[in-house]
Write a protein that binds this ligand. Structure first.
Ligand SMILES: [Zn+2]
Ligand SMILES: [Zn+2]
Length: 262
């Protein structure tokens, strides 16, 4: 009888704790669905608030020692904006609602430099399908192989006169319409966006897809850098764990260290 009571109460307790355990798990799983969108929102928020703060500060009061970190911080946040768009292209910013996911991608590339998300999406798909070949829009043309030669060739493939005209109009509107100092726009809007394009190209295309001396050794024709997760994040949001990105394109940038193997 006693043992029956004990068994009964044990069953009750364990079934109750099992219930709590599973409901806890389902809450965690539900929160996990929003990780991508939360991280994207944080990056967009930091990019926007830092940019607004910096374009309104009086540069003459800001010492040279503060100017460099301010530009570098904004460059890093610009890269984050593009990395978010890149994750959206892979459908991993908000996998449970692809409409919202692609809307975030479209907003981030537009904020980054008035790019067309559809165009970038199409080209990025080609990059993953035919990496480092003549069909890859991110690859050099076998003439422009040097860092800057390849960078300008790459940038030409992603820019057009309509976009450049649009950026010039935004500059005029901000400078003449909102009376924002031109020097601030150059230092904290133009410089960081250009520097981040160099950063993204260097860590995510040049180092990772240039042909190694011994030739390509895997089907993705990609390599990864051997930086620690901390430096990999600081340098380019783990975009340098590029072989892993090609092997696991469904993983968001912040999960790449989990699959990275030195
Ligand atoms: Zn790649
Ligand atoms: Zn990709």
């Amino acid at each position: 009888m006693t043992s029956d009571i004990t068994n009964f109460s044990t069953f009750n307790v364990s079934s109750k704790s099992r219930k709590t355990y599973f409901s806890g798990l389902s809450i965690l799983r539900n929160i996990a669905k929003f990780y991508g969108i939360i991280i994207a929102a944080v990056i967009i928020f930091l990019w926007a608030t830092t940019l607004i703060t910096l374009i309104y500060i009086d540069v003459s009061n800001l010492g040279f020692l503060w100017l460099i970190p301010a530009i570098l911080l904004q460059t890093f946040l610009y890269a984050g904006l593009f990395i978010t768009a890149h994750d959206a292209m892979h459908g991993v910013v908000f996998p449970t609602n692809l409409k919202i996911n692609h809307a975030i991608g479209a907003i981030t590339v537009f904020l980054y430099g008035l790019f067309s998300y559809q165009n970038l999406l199409k080209k990025h798909w080609l990059h993953h399908r035919y990496p480092a070949t003549e069909l890859d829009p991110d690859y050099h043309d076998r003439i422009h192989k040097s860092f800057f030669g390849w960078y300008f060739y790459f940038m030409k493939g992603y820019s057009n006169w309509k976009q450049l005209l649009g950026l010039a109009l935004v500059f005029l509107l901000l400078a003449e319409g909102l009376h924002i100092a031109k020097i601030n726009l150059v230092l904290f809007w133009i410089f960081p966006s250009l520097l981040s394009s160099l950063q993204l190209f260097y860590f995510g295309t040049y180092l990772t897809h240039r042909e190694p001396k011994e030739g390509y050794t895997n089907q993705h024709r990609a390599t990864s850098n051997n930086l620690s997760p901390f430096w990999s994040f600081i340098t380019c949001y783990h975009f340098g764990y590029h072989k892993e990105h090609h092997e696991h394109p469904h993983l968001p940038w912040w999960k790449l260290p989990e699959v990275y193997q030195k």
